[in-house]
Ligand binder design. Structure first.
Ligand code: FE
Length: 493
């Protein structure tokens, strides 16, 4: 037995080479490859498809992207049926992907700092955006939508993953219109389930378009509600949260100076800065189907910090509660840094905070729910917008400080009790997707599905955990190497 001295730094839980080995190009597109479990058994009750999106192309002509978020969207689909599974993957055939495949080099600049070859002169004044469709993937009606927040979605065939093309959702969107990569799924607070989402037009004043779509029956994909709201200040809104009556946004205190982008020195997202002395704000927009329909949005001062993702939100008497992953500052990657060599210790860690917004007084009280670095949290989808007892999230292996995400945590939001499944030392997790067991009454009955980068195999595993106690139900060793990814969703068969 070894006892660590209290003054010694804890041994790292991972080898950087294992973490970085995930950054590579996806070289194959598979067509319904049957899979068997390397360990455990695929539950026969698990029937449906896990769709994942994330950057699949990180290098062209010997040049690497400046940030993995600039990589072209690649969709992975894992279909589960009768205790078996099938794997398919396809790049989204965006205009940019096609042009760059043909050219064998980057012909667009990336929002996160990837430059075209040829230096500043070749990049200055090229302010075109490359819609790379790499952030999230959701089913809406008969389409699978590959989402990227600054432009329209791409529609794909849900079975073959063939790209149908840019979708304006039956005329709902204008060409080029922003459409968030973070829709929220209302499980039926007003009778029928809905997809609630938004688009942002940011500037000195920023406007939010809130849209709600039917998700079931012959109406699926139909726009049910549409409203636009304008607020003072520049808005960087990546995600939001919903309750039965409110859409909850957090306007981070950031400023945007586009000059280095226009002059070809930086990517657009690298021009975002925390605004010293700035005031973050909650924007509460009444939903058209809710009790406050027609009222003006509420604008309420929010705590300092920077938020990409929310866990959930719900209502109490005279209050809205929202849970979010807070960073102490905007975690950017500067123009001279290599993303594969980032020092995790120098970046702020994500911490789960609960903000209780008192609607009568406009005051906000904050409670830290966990000290462990986390990202990509979710509750049981049936509890979206309601007080949930449990949350599942990706966490670092270390108890405090910043490190890569290597474990899945279940957090009891009532008692603080934690259960952890870890892929360390050689595994690195992505966003966990909680799939409820059909017909189950218990909130934590079901499975957690997670793609794990396996540094020992230099390939990806699909891990199925029991949602209640996080015991390993099955591990599928995929014949595919998927770089660290972004978001995904489950579509029940
Ligand atoms: Fe996100």
């Amino acid at each position: 037995m070894t006892v660590a001295s209290s003054s010694a730094a804890p041994a790292p839980s991972y080898d950087r080479a294992d973490w970085a080995s995930s950054f590579r190009n996806v070289g194959v597109e598979l067509d319904g490859v049957p899979l068997t479990a390397a360990r455990g058994t695929i539950p026969a009750e698990l029937r449906g498809t896990l769709y994942r999106n994330g950057p699949g192309r990180l290098e062209r002509g010997g040049q690497w992207v400046h940030h993995p978020f600039d990589g072209d969207g690649m969709i992975t689909a894992l279909r589960f049926e009768a205790g078996g599974a099938q794997l398919r993957n396809r790049f989204v055939r965006t205009e940019g992907w096609q042009a760059e495949e043909q050219a064998g080099k980057f012909v667009y600049r990336g929002v996160f700092g990837t430059q075209k070859p040829g230096g500043v002169a070749a990049n200055a004044f090229d302010v075109r955006l490359k819609n790379i469709a790499n952030t999230h993937v959701v089913r809406l009606g008969d389409q699978l939508l590959a989402l990227w927040e600054a432009a329209e979605p791409h529609a794909l065939d849900p079975d073959t993953l063939e790209t149908r093309g840019i979708s304006l959702l039956g005329g709902v969107l204008k060409p080029g219109e922003a459409f968030s990569a973070h829709p929220r799924f209302d499980p039926g607070h007003h009778g029928v389930p809905r997809m609630v989402t938004f688009g942002v037009k940011a500037g000195p004043r920023s406007s939010v378009r809130l849209m709600e779509f039917a998700t079931e029956g012959p109406e699926a994909g139909t726009l049910l509600s549409d409203s636009s709201h304008t607020f003072p200040g520049f808005a960087f809104l990546h995600d939001f949260a919903i309750t039965p009556n409110w859409a909850v946004f957090l306007q981070n205190a950031v400023s945007f100076n586009p000059l280095p982008f226009v002059l070809g020195q930086k990517g657009a997202a690298q021009c975002l800065r925390s605004k010293p002395g700035g005031q973050a704000r909650f924007w509460l927009i009444p939903r058209d189907c809710g009790a406050h329909a027609g009222e003006a949005p509420r604008v309420i001062d929010a705590p300092d910090g920077f938020v990409f993702h929310h866990l959930n939100a719900w209502e109490e008497a005279e209050a809205v509660v929202v849970e979010s992953v807070y960073y102490s500052d905007f975690p950017g990657i500067g123009p001279d840094q290599d993303f594969r060599a980032i020092d995790f210790d120098l970046l702020p860690e994500g911490l789960l905070e609960q903000c209780r917004i008192d609607l009568a007084t406009g005051s906000v009280s904050t409670t830290r729910l966990s000290e462990r670095c986390c990202e990509f949290g979710m509750v049981n989808p049936e509890r979206e917008g309601l007080a949930a007892r449990y949350a599942w999230m990706a966490v670092a292996e270390c108890e405090t400080g910043n490190d890569p995400l290597q474990a899945i945590k279940k957090l009891d939001l009532t008692t603080g009790e934690r259960t952890v499944w870890s892929a360390a030392p050689r595994g690195f997790v992505s966003e966990p997707v909680m799939v409820p067991r059909p017909g189950a009454a218990e909130e934590d009955s079901g499975w957690v599905l997670c793609l794990v980068w396996n540094g020992a195999r230099c390939a990806s595993d699909l891990v199925i955990l029991d949602a209640a106690d996080l015991h390993e139900v099955a591990v599928l060793e995929l014949p595919l190497a998927i770089p660290h990814g972004l978001h995904g969703s489950w579509v029940q068969a």
